[in-house]
Design a protein around this ligand. Structure first.
Ligand code: B12
Ligand code: SF4
Length: 549
């Protein structure tokens, strides 16, 4: 089992969404660190997303939750880490598609301090951009695509062979893995294709202890625990009527069998759905509750409730393990909030995040979400004096959750390709209907009414084309026109400067992207003025005004 005793590997998690407090520690790299450790390697983790510095600069930039580290501060952190623990054989980046700029900067820092380390990047950016990433981050030795649980050992093995023999002899030795691609731009390069581990219950739990002391001795895990997974304080799109003091997250399933057009699941096994067992989850929660004194656990799965049998067993297993007093929350589809919502509630669930995305049958069909959501027909509902046709499945999901004692939080996408103003209005009307529904029976001014009303999410994302999704293919003409993105014969974007600029533009999807001339881009069917006006109402928390447009 122990194969990598003298190997040292540092995982670096890249920053995300500066405006929100970081509430989800990076489980992907933390699992890989645990696997590396199981096989004898010395593993470390630097989490650049964990920091939100509250100072004058943050104030000037209008960031009440604090700012990211500057590049210089990140460099100092890395230098201090290397001073503390010595040279690293492998440095492994982890980051979503939105972390390109950070990865470019940090790769330079790594090469400055560790010219000979094996530098690999995995997770969303690497999975989507593939080997084209070598054009943009030439400092990289390797790309790790999709799930990293198995390939992390191949990465360590290749790095070990190169360490022992030097790259020239390693190449001749025949001992390098089949992921070796040869030389690209005068550097030996590797591309590892990850896949689903055979049994998710045999994967070790995340090595959270690696976050308990950063290079300066600060416990960033404790910071994560104190920031609620969901709720107003997290400043994301997940308002809640309840609060939590100490929370942590863990993903209980991977992949999703459905294929909504805007959704990218390449780093999590695409449509290949796999789950951990209720016992495996319960053992983990019990450990966390005992060790970190948690009062809430979040399961930020793409889709927690696919398998009815697992949901049925959860209440009894959680009871058996003595954790049925712990409240928890997760994400499911709205059509799954049937009898499963009641079983989940019996197991302690108080929050379900639904990617509702739209309440308009027209837009749902364009999103390839219509089949399951529209199968029960439509329910005419009066909002603000007008009748709207809401998908019955969505109405039932909200009603079931309320009856079960679960807070239902819907998130929304506006301006999806094909969406006109009348379709957006249906989503807005659904939000307003929810406000009315959740506040029913509460008296204005008593507090309960205000909490119920404010707990209905009114924010909306702007439809954003992430490479690798169906939506990306649908909006190809706009991508060519606005961003001058070039496509090869296989229909893949060419990793040139234009595509580079596009990926650098991607951030939190509430943002409206600007094209190469600085003009805002709207993928929907609304005229641009209408789109910008609607966006303005959403951003200023006045969505009801959209109904009057
Ligand atoms: C929690 C979460 C967040 C958290 C932060 C998570 C974090 N700390 O990194 C928050 C809420 C901040 C967030 C934000 C966003 N997210 Co998010 N998020 C997730 C979620 C639900 C869980 C991630 C997770 O922990 N997975 C579990 C671990 C075990 O898996 P993993 O991280 O993917 O790691 C595995 C592999 O990727 C790989 N791997 C990871 N690192 C490395 C490193 C190396 C070297 C190697 C070899 C392999 C490797 O191995 C790991 C184990 O198999 C996923 C969906 C999902 N269920 O995965 C979406 C997901 C990752 N998010 C996504 C998106 C689109 C976003 C947003 C852009 C959304 C938005 N509308 O604004 C924003 C980012 C904003 C910004 N400015 O950057 C997309 C994909 C993005 C992409 N392609 O990179 C996903 C897949 C959701 C989806 N289906 O569309 N997100
Ligand atoms: S949006 Fe949700 S249901 Fe649709 S494919 Fe993605 S994870 Fe699955």
């Amino acid at each position: 089992m122990i194969a990598f005793e003298n190997m040292k590997i540092t995982f670096i998690n890249m920053p995300l969404r500066e405006s929100a407090s970081p509430n989800t520690p990076p489980e992907g790299p933390a699992i890989l660190a645990a696997i590396a450790r199981l096989h004898g390697a010395q593993a470390y983790m630097l989490d650049l997303n964990a920091y939100r510095i509250k100072d004058e600069i943050a104030e000037k930039r209008g960031l009440p939750n604090g700012r990211h580290l500057t590049y210089r501060e990140a460099e100092n952190l890395i230098a201090q880490h290397l001073k503390n623990v010595g040279d690293q054989d492998v440095v492994a980046f982890s980051g979503k598609i939105t972390t390109l700029r950070w990865q470019e900067q940090i790769a330079k820092v790594i090469r400055k301090y560790q010219p000979d380390t094996f530098l690999v990047t995995g997770n969303g950016l690497a999975t989507e951009i593939k080997t084209g990433l070598f054009n943009w981050i030439p400092e990289l030795d390797a790309i790790g695509r999709s799930e990293g649980d198995d390939i992390i050992l191949l990465i360590l093995q290749d790095a070990k062979t190169i360490k022992e023999l030097g790259i020239k002899r390693a190449k001749r030795s025949g001992r390098l893995s089949s992921s070796y691609l040869g030389e690209i731009d005068n550097r030996s390069r590797f591309c590892y294709e990850g896949s689903r581990p055979r049994n998710l219950d045999s994967i070790p739990y995340a090595a959270w202890d690696l976050l308990e002391s950063d290079p300066y001795g600060h416990n960033v895990l404790e910071d994560y625990i104190k920031i609620p997974t969901w709720g107003i304080a997290a400043n994301n799109s997940s308002a809640t009527p309840f609060t939590m003091k100490r929370s942590l997250t863990t993903v209980s399933s991977r992949g999703c069998p459905y294929a909504c057009a805007f959704c990218y699941r390449g780093a999590q096994g695409e449509r290949n759905y796999g789950m951990r067992s209720p016992e495996h989850i319960a053992t983990q929660i019990k450990e966390y509750v005992d060790k970190y004194k948690l009062d809430f656990v979040g399961f930020p799965d793409d889709n927690f409730a696919v398998d009815r049998r697992r949901i049925k067993r959860i209440p009894e297993v959680f009871k058996e393990y003595g954790i049925d007093h712990i409240r928890w929350g997760t994400h499911t589809r709205m059509d799954e909030a049937d009898e499963r919502a009641f079983d989940m509630a019996r197991g302690g669930c108080v929050y379900i995040g639904f990617g509702a995305e739209s309440a308009s049958p027209h837009t749902l069909k364009h999103m390839k979400k219509g089949g399951f959501i529209l199968k029960n027909g439509l329910t005419p509902t009066k909002v603000d004096g007008k009748i709207y046709e809401f998908p019955t499945t969505m109405v039932n999901a909200i009603k079931n959750c309320k009856e079960a004692g679960i807070h239902a939080n819907c998130t929304w996408i506006m301006a999806y390709p094909g969406e006109g103003l009348e379709h957006l209005k249906t989503s807005v009307a659904f939000i307003l209907w929810q406000q009315e529904f959740w506040t029913r029976g509460n008296v204005v001014g008593t507090g309960a009414y205000e909490i119920a009303k404010d707990s209905v999410n009114k924010k909306m994302f702007t439809a954003t084309a992430y490479p690798g999704t169906t939506m990306w293919k649908v909006v190809r003409p706009q991508l060519e026109k606005h961003f001058k993105i070039n496509f090869n014969a296989m229909g893949e974007p060419v990793c040139d400067e234009n595509f580079h600029n596009y990926v650098l533009e991607l951030d939190d999807a509430t943002k409206v992207l600007n094209d190469n001339n600085g003009a805002p881009v709207n993928f929907g069917s609304m005229p641009i003025d209408e789109f910008l006006q609607a966006r303005e109402y959403i951003d200023s928390n006045k969505i009801e005004k959209i109904l009057g447009m």
